[in-house]
Design a protein around this ligand. Structure first.
Ligand code: C2E
Ligand code: MG
Ligand code: MG
Length: 453
């Protein structure tokens, strides 16, 4: 399928403008065409601003197709997608393609959310049918984000930004999702932006803190190390959970700054502890896609004077899945420097067992969901038993997270789980309280302290 029209029909001028407006691969309009169409529609309706809808269509998991089957297979699929989109949108609609696997539709006669949802459902169904590549069939899904003019944006840029926000939300919910930009989303965006500003200020003013939670040997309760956990109390917003502000910093692109601040603080605090204790630090999944992570990490350790062999990095399965090659390289560089790697929240992600073979982990942390059910639910007990046995076979250390009662600790001991962490042994506490905890719980430290006092 090539661009419509032949040379004979067009003069040089037309040829030129054709190229300006056309995506060469699919023959659809490109982003310039999209912009012009949207502006034109908005202008047509300026007297009586009747709504219309713009949607962005993004294929899920398209990149691996190019990697696995080659560029031409990818191109073939994009052409088939273009074809299907043109065939399924209503009369008067425009379909365009931007870079890569992203398409847009302008729907002049869709005025509100339900209409956009229906159009989205149809597009999604049409695109989910198998793609014929000659020697094989490939299945793909598509994520969609819609924005209705003028509510979601009065000009092209704002409207597209809203559609992109909606698409981003679809992607975050998984594959094949449809989102229409709404008042609630607008409000959430506003709140997120306020939160972002406050968090950026907190980083600059150095008011984001790090707390430490003990990780103990289960047989005798001996403290082996601590996990660093970010803490932030904003003067106006109050306590904000890291489960909220870490993803926000990831989304808004400053997780590296936040994480570097936290690692520096954590490493500095750890210098005051007995040397045999390790520090466990959470690495964000976004950092595992950033090639600078290992260098930045090692520079911080170096400037603090912290021995990398005392550091463990906690990573999650989603992190190693999203960008496997970069992640693998970062992990190798960290390991070469002596840093150990733990797999956090084990059991909650996808394809966990394969990952264990592919990546070289040192430790597995069993997710709290299994631990808190272990005394009441036989299935959880079996799962934990299986994980512990498997880790023994693979010579991996194993930590149970979120132990809240002695009964849970005892059950885990019985199953042969080596280490534990949870409120039962100690809640996350600031660096001062952690030192006091060590004075009480760490034999060697108590002795040193008495000698030096
Ligand atoms: P995580 O790494 O799985 O951390 C364990 C979470 O479980 C912590 O929540 C901890 O306070 C909580 N917890 C520990 N023991 C118990 C227990 O016995 N019962 C219950 N109910 N909870 C327990 P927190 O501090 O709210 O952190 C939530 C998540 O935020 C962490 O999960 C981690 O994914 C992320 N996070 C925290 N600090 C950082 C950080 O410095 N960097 C990055 N990238 N992520 C962080
Ligand atoms: Mg963790
Ligand atoms: Mg965890």
């Amino acid at each position: 399928m090539g661009p419509a029209g032949t040379k004979a029909e067009h003069g040089d001028q037309d040829e030129q403008s054709n190229l300006t407006y056309t995506d060469r691969l699919t023959g659809l309009g490109n982003r310039v065409r999209l912009r012009d169409k949207v502006r034109q529609l908005a202008a047509d309706r300026s007297a009586d601003p009747a709504p219309f809808t713009v949607g962005i269509v993004n294929l899920d998991g398209f990149k691996p197709i190019n990697d696995l089957f080659g560029q031409s297979a990818g191109d073939e699929i994009l052409c088939q997608v273009a074809h299907r989109l043109k065939a399924c949108v209503p009369d008067g609609a425009t379909v365009t393609r931007h870079d890569g696997d992203e398409f847009a539709v302008i729907l002049p006669l869709v005025f509100e959310r339900n209409g956009a949802d229906r159009a989205g459902q149809l597009i999604k169904d049409v695109l989910s049918a198998p793609y014929d590549l000659g020697d094989r069939n490939v299945r793909l899904s598509a994520s969609l984000g819609f924005a209705v003019y003028p509510f979601a944006g009065g000009d092209f840029e704002d409207l597209m930004k809203s559609a992109e926000t909606a698409l981003y939300r679809s992607k975050r919910r998984g594959r094949g999702q449809i989102t229409v930009y709404s008042r609630e989303i607008a409000q959430e965006m506003k709140r997120a932006t306020q939160l972002e500003q406050a968090l950026r200020n907190a980083i600059i003013n150095d008011t984001v803190d790090v707390h430490f939670q003990p990780i103990v040997r289960l047989v005798d309760g001996r403290v082996l190390g601590f996990e660093a956990l970010a803490r932030w109390i904003d003067p106006d917003l109050g306590f904000v959970s890291p489960a909220v502000f870490v993803p926000l910093a990831e989304e808004r692109g400053f997780i590296d700054t936040l994480s570097e601040t936290l690692l520096r603080k954590a490493a500095e605090a750890t210098l005051a502890w007995p040397r045999d204790l390790f520090l466990s630090f959470n690495l964000s999944s976004v950092q595992l896609m950033d090639p600078r992570t290992s260098f930045n990490t090692l520079s911080i350790l170096n400037s603090v004077g912290f021995d990398p062999r005392r550091l463990e990095m906690e990573i999650t399965e989603t992190a190693v899945m999203s960008s496997a090659d970069t992640a693998r390289r970062i992990i190798r560089e960290l390991k070469d420097a002596g840093i150990r790697i733990s797999l956090d929240d084990f059991g909650t992600g996808q394809s966990s067992l394969g990952r264990l073979r592919e990546f070289t982990f040192d430790k597995v942390k069993i997710d709290r969901a299994f631990v808190s059910a272990i005394t009441t639910d036989r299935i959880s007990e079996h799962i934990v038993r299986a994980i512990v046995t498997m880790c023994k076979g693979l010579e991996l250390e194993v930590v149970a997270e979120g132990i809240e009662t002695e009964a849970e600790a005892e059950a885990l001991r019985q199953l042969g789980c080596g280490m534990g962490q949870g409120y039962h042994f100690g809640k996350p506490a600031d660096s001062g309280a952690t030192l006091r905890y060590l004075l009480e719980h760490h034999h060697e430290f108590a002795v040193i302290d008495r000698v030096t006092a």
